[in-house]
Ligand binder design. Structure first.
Ligand code: HEM
Ligand SMILES: Cc1cc2nc3c(=O)[nH]c(=O)nc-3n(C[C@H](O)[C@H](O)[C@H](O)COP(=O)(O)O)c2cc1C
Length: 555
């Protein structure tokens, strides 16, 4: 089945990100007189609604006499409409234009500064890049460009009509969405993952689910929780109680937070804003990713009064850019800053790399010399471009110089480095291996936690220890808390829930976890988080001989 509509309108009206190959069938390019009166308001309406301009406007004022084929058309409000033909002429590294949301930008000077690299823009040079641009960028990304680089509106009449193929993927998603159960029918976090695999676009699924190399660490993160078992205590009057707690002085209704994860818009058009709203409604803490697809201000505005958020940072190769970011973050006063250190080098994220041709399609009519210098990027690879691989312990005082709120080092993977973090004076560590997305064969965070509990329990009095990776049930959370974590982070399940059901999905996923924590802790003999103690958990029994955890008192 084929569907025809103008590329201009399709770019503006597509809600969920869909990656489709576009088959351009250009309209006949006969010279013609373009006589259009257009006001800024009308244009804005057209841009916002995606109504093709020729259906919305009637020609009123003739501004140009015919002089061959016009490339630029004067309008009633002195705006100049730029023809698509003209845009197509600017597609080299030295002269590069793109169309985004109906506006033509000259990105020649910007190419070298583009955080996603110049290759991906060059692959779309002289074209409408809206569809690729939208799900990958926060709305304020275009503010990076200067006024003179904003050339003006493209002439919608000159845009090629496109025939969009309904792909197998479109059909697969449509069918799956029809069968998607209502949010209340989701009973386990696993349900969101199972349905996410069915209803998300291939690009979104690949980016979210992706892990490094052969995915040993990814698998081990969740499998490792099966090696730790609970030692429930009985007859402890568990009729009342709650899951409220705090970490780094931040109050939360439940002992888990939403780990920072990029690109929520790949799963749902409202992106991270859904997560901010859900966290606010449930009294939970969201850690905002440095690579969020929504603007930071946008998310901050969505907060309820007093709603705490943590802001996650990567350090930029260009430390001046990092300094500017840290100053901005300090002004916004998040509850804490999370400094991610576990991706010093971009490893292969296998699923994402396999899907890369979908993220950045090399369009058939791209001239060979304009193709990206290397093969198109998967989302992860593209994002990583600006991060500094030369991080060192000196970076902690650098951050501290600008940040007065607590600092959490995210991605600590050995007890030795936890100790160094204590010495560096940070307030928190997050034991994490980036959800298995960075160093394959890095140990499961729960094992590091157990190691600290056995060898260096004094550390728990010096610094708040958090943990994430592979946590999928309330029992997992209770085990981590028993071994000494102050709170745990949840990554992928939130992205999946956002992708399947939006904000409602995120809320439901958090409620499921909260209920499971509540059930498990009471059945283990605790009515509040502070009553969850080490002796309630150990590596799988029997708990005798060498296998007896050293912190469990002898009967
Ligand atoms: C024209 C003006 C553009 C501006 C101002 C711009 C700006 C940015 C910024 C600020 C980021 C980093 C986003 C973040 O860290 O959250 C980024 C990343 C990226 N951009 Fe662009 N970009 C532009 C055009 C494009 C175009 C035309 C494409 C594709 C055709 C593109 C593809 C990407 C990709 C794949 C990334 C990596 C994903 C990400 O970090 O968000 N960009 N761009
Ligand atoms: C799709 C995706 C994007 C992520 N983006 C970031 C990020 O921008 N910054 C960061 O510090 N960690 C990021 N992470 C890692 C998470 O914060 C977290 O450590 C990990 O997802 C926890 O594992 P889990 O997904 O098994 O819960 C990302 C993880 C995923 C799956």
């Amino acid at each position: 089945m084929l569907r025809t509509r103008s590329l201009f309108s399709s770019c503006l009206t597509d809600s969920l990100p869909r990656q489709r190959r576009l088959f351009n069938t250009l309209r006949p390019r006969q010279p013609r007189i373009r006589s259009v009166a257009i006001t800024a308001t009308v244009l804005a309406t057209v841009l916002a609604t995606g109504i093709a301009i020729h259906t919305a406007l009637r020609p009123r004022v003739l501004l140009e006499e015919f002089s061959g084929y016009p490339t630029v058309t004067k309008t009633g409000s002195d705006q100049e409409l730029i023809s698509y033909d003209e845009v197509q002429k600017h597609k080299t590294k030295d002269d590069c234009w793109v169309i985004i949301d109906g506006t033509v930008y000259d990105v020649t000077e910007f190419l070298a500064q583009h955080p996603g690299g110049e290759g991906i823009i060059l692959a779309n040079a002289g074209k409408d890049a809206t569809k690729i641009f939208k799900p990958l960028h926060p709305p304020d990304a275009l503010d990076m460009l200067e006024e003179h680089q904003r050339l003006g509106p493209v002439d919608p009449l000159s845009m090629p009509e496109v025939v969009e193929e309904i792909t197998d993927e479109d059909r697969r998603i449509e069918e799956a969405r029809k069968r998607l159960p209502p949010v209340d029918a989701m009973l386990l976090l696993q349900d969101f993952e199972d349905w996410g695999a069915k209803v998300l676009s291939g690009t979104a699924w690949a980016y979210y689910r992706s892990a490094a190399d052969s995915e040993h660490t990814f698998n081990e993160n969740s499998n490792s929780y099966e090696r730790y078992w609970l030692r429930p205590r009985i007859l402890r009057k568990v009729g009342s109680g709650d899951t409220k707690t705090s970490f780094l002085g931040i109050d939360t209704e439940s002992p888990f937070f939403i780990s920072p994860a990029a690109m929520a818009k790949l799963g749902h058009p409202l992106g991270e804003v859904n997560i901010t709203r859900a966290a606010g409604r449930l009294g939970l803490v969201q850690a905002i990713s440095a690579n969020a697809s929504c603007g930071l201000d946008e998310m901050m505005e969505e907060r309820l009064p007093g709603q705490p958020v943590i802001y996650q940072i990567y350090l930029n190769k260009n430390r001046q850019a990092s300094e500017a970011l840290l100053k901005k973050v300090e002004k916004l006063k998040p509850a804490a800053v999370m400094f991610t250190v576990d991706v010093p080098w971009q490893s292969k994220r296998t699923l994402d790399a396999r899907a890369k041709h979908v993220v950045a399609p090399v369009v058939e009519d791209t001239e060979p010399q304009l193709k990206p210098s290397k093969s198109p990027l998967g989302v992860s690879e593209a994002i990583g471009g600006y991060q500094d691989p030369n991080l060192s312990w000196d970076d902690i005082p650098f951050i501290r110089k600008h940040i007065s709120v607590p600092i959490i080092v995210k991605g600590v993977q050995t007890v030795e480095d936890v100790d160094l973090c204590v010495k560096a004076g940070v307030e928190g560590v997050l034991l994490s291996n980036h959800g298995g997305r960075s160093c394959d064969y890095a140990a499961a965070p729960i094992d590091i936690l157990y190691e600290i509990r056995c060898l260096r329990p004094d550390i728990f009095d010096k610094i708040d220890v958090l943990v994430d990776g592979g946590i999928r049930t309330g029992a997992d959370v209770v085990k981590a808390l028993a071994l000494g974590a102050k709170a745990v982070g949840i990554g992928r399940p939130i992205l999946y829930a956002n992708g399947t059901h939006g904000q409602e999905g995120v809320e439901r996923a958090c409620q499921i976890l909260q209920e499971e924590i509540n059930n498990t802790m009471r059945n283990a003999g605790a009515t509040k988080i502070s009553e969850i103690v080490p002796e309630m958990c150990g590596p799988a029994g029997p708990w005798v001989g060498q296998n007896r955890p050293p912190y469990v008192p002898n009967p």
